[in-house]
Write a protein that binds this ligand. Structure first.
Ligand code: GLN
Length: 490
């Protein structure tokens, strides 16, 4: 059977693999050929692994064995068996380079598998390679990668978003059936939105962080990027769960939520959508999504999140504080790059100066500042107090609604270089996404249409937009339900 990857999703590919319409080796080779064809333009992948075909071969063997064992064994196989995927370059895959798109780790080889990778391997997924990102996940455009920007498959003069820009572009360009990203302040959802694909930031603690390079440890989560909500659900079901290697992982008893209403009630924080920096096309599109929900019979209520306007400020204090602590391990001695100076201290300075990019250094400086004696109370402690108030606002809102919707981003994908000279403009991109990380609640971005092309605005083509849906802690189920309904997957 001729493989048409444009029409495939995980569920369909799984059916074909089980029926024997094609093998995982054939499927994997098709993806590798497609990556070869388009990656030169897009730069979604930093490397395609030379053992991908071998893993596909093992998956085929397992499928063949299950087939001869009988139908129940065949139907019992994981839906990810033989499915090709890409992995963000800050997640460890044993034996392969994991550089976090930094010069610091250019030749660093992972010595063990992250928990999510062990789970994907156990399910039989085929890892095609590692995807580009902003250095150490710090950024929103992959322009901070030491290995070149990832371009948006819809318009290569624009960014794919970030920091998991490579992972989102890889799915959008049909360079994988799914990818994993990491999300500290929006890094799965924002690029998913820019590239017209689905991205999930799970509840904090739902997915083990063991083996992902820490950025902001109280904010980081690994999550899937896929073509459909159903695909993201399949991946989430494989990668989530308690892990003794990550003490922050949760189990079924951690959060006792009442069940969401049969038809979830949708909350809209209108007061948060009136800011200057929001593109009119985004608001128009958002209102159209609300209309779609209404037509499908959903009740929509206005909600108030009184402290939500402080989210970005709180995030840009808490996150750099944690970054400065986490980045201390890159000292030129333990991992990766080493430069020789006159003494240990000089080695440290030289290695860090040569290995780390400007944005990473900026955040280490900011973080060290907000944690320094005298400023700790004024910035870090106060930010943490406001973080609690924001979480309380969400708890209160979730007493009357089941999900909260906003646009994922204030604008569609921007031009490469448009925001590089102004870090504040780049940080404003995260206005809608950081709240889910601050509160630990799960959030998904689903494609919800396009900002129409408009030559006067420099928009040469229609650009994808995303709708962000946030739910109560550990209630991914409701996110999937509402997301599927919106995309017509139910
Ligand atoms: N764009 C955000 C930042 O620069 C988010 C990064 C992330 O989620 N890793 O911090």
């Amino acid at each position: 059977m001729k493989i048409d990857i444009k029409k495939l999703d995980i569920a369909k590919a799984h059916e074909h693999l089980i029926k024997g319409d094609f093998t995982s080796v054939e499927l994997t080779q098709t993806y590798i050929d497609e990556i070869k064809r388009v990656n030169g333009d897009i730069n979604a992948y930093l490397e395609v692994f030379d053992d991908a075909i071998e893993s596909a071969g093992s998956a085929d063997k397992e499928i063949a064995e299950a087939r001869s064992a009988g139908e129940s064994t065949l139907l019992g196989l994981s839906q990810l068996i033989g499915i090709p995927c890409g992995i963000k370059d800050n997640i460890l895959v044993k034996g392969h380079i994991a550089s976090a798109s930094s010069k610091m780790l250019e030749g660093y080889h992972a010595t063990y598998d992250a928990t999510v990778i062990s789970k994907l391997k156990a399910a039989g997924a085929v890892i095609l390679g590692r995807t580009n990102m902003d250095e150490f996940a710090m950024g929103g455009s992959t322009e901070n990668s030491a290995y070149g920007v990832t371009k948006n498959p819809y318009d290569i003069s624009r960014v794919a978003g970030g920091s998991s820009g490579g992972s989102a572009a890889a799915v959008a360009m049909d360079g994988a059936l799914f990818t994993l990203g990491s999300d500290t302040g929006g890094s799965i959802r924002q690029p998913a939105s820019f590239c017209g694909v689905v991205g999930l930031k799970p509840t904090y603690g739902a997915v083990s962080r063991y083996g992902v390079m820490a950025m902001g440890s109280s904010l980081d989560q690994i999550g899937p990027i896929g073509k459909t909500v159903t695909d993201c659900e399949i991946i989430f079901n494989v990668i989530h769960g308690k892990d003794r290697k990550d003490g922050t992982t949760i189990d079924e008893k951690t959060y006792e939520n009442g069940d969401a209403s049969a038809k979830p009630i949708i909350g809209v924080p209108r007061h948060f959508l009136n800011g200057d920096g929001i593109d009119p096309a985004v608001i128009e599109n958002f209102n159209a999504s609300l209309e779609t929900f209404k037509k499908k019979g959903y009740e929509i209520r206005d909600i108030e999140l009184p402290n939500v306007s402080y989210s970005l400020m709180v995030y840009y204090i808490v996150m750099p504080a944690e970054v400065s602590a986490n980045m201390a391990r890159f000292d030129g001695m333990r991992f990766g790059l080493h430069k020789d100076g006159k003494n240990g201290i000089e080695d440290y300075f030289l290695s860090r100066r040569a290995g780390l990019g400007r944005e990473v250094i900026r955040r280490i400086l900011l973080g060290t500042y907000v944690l320094s004696s005298g400023y700790y109370d004024a910035y870090y402690n106060r930010a943490n107090a406001v973080r609690c108030m924001i979480t309380e606002d969400f708890y209160k809102a979730f007493q009357t609604v089941d999900v909260i919707v906003t646009p994922t981003t204030p604008s569609p994908a921007f031009k490469i270089g448009e925001k590089t000279s102004d870090p504040m403009a780049m940080y404003l991109e995260d206005i809608f996404t950081v709240t889910a990380n601050l509160t630990g609640m799960p959030a998904i971005s689903v494609p919800c249409g396009f900002a129409p092309k408009d030559k006067s605005l420099g928009r040469e083509v229609d650009l994808p937009l995303g709708l962000q849906i946030t739910a109560r802690h550990a209630d991914e189920k409701t996110l999937f339900k509402v997301g599927k309904d919106l995309l017509g997957e139910l």
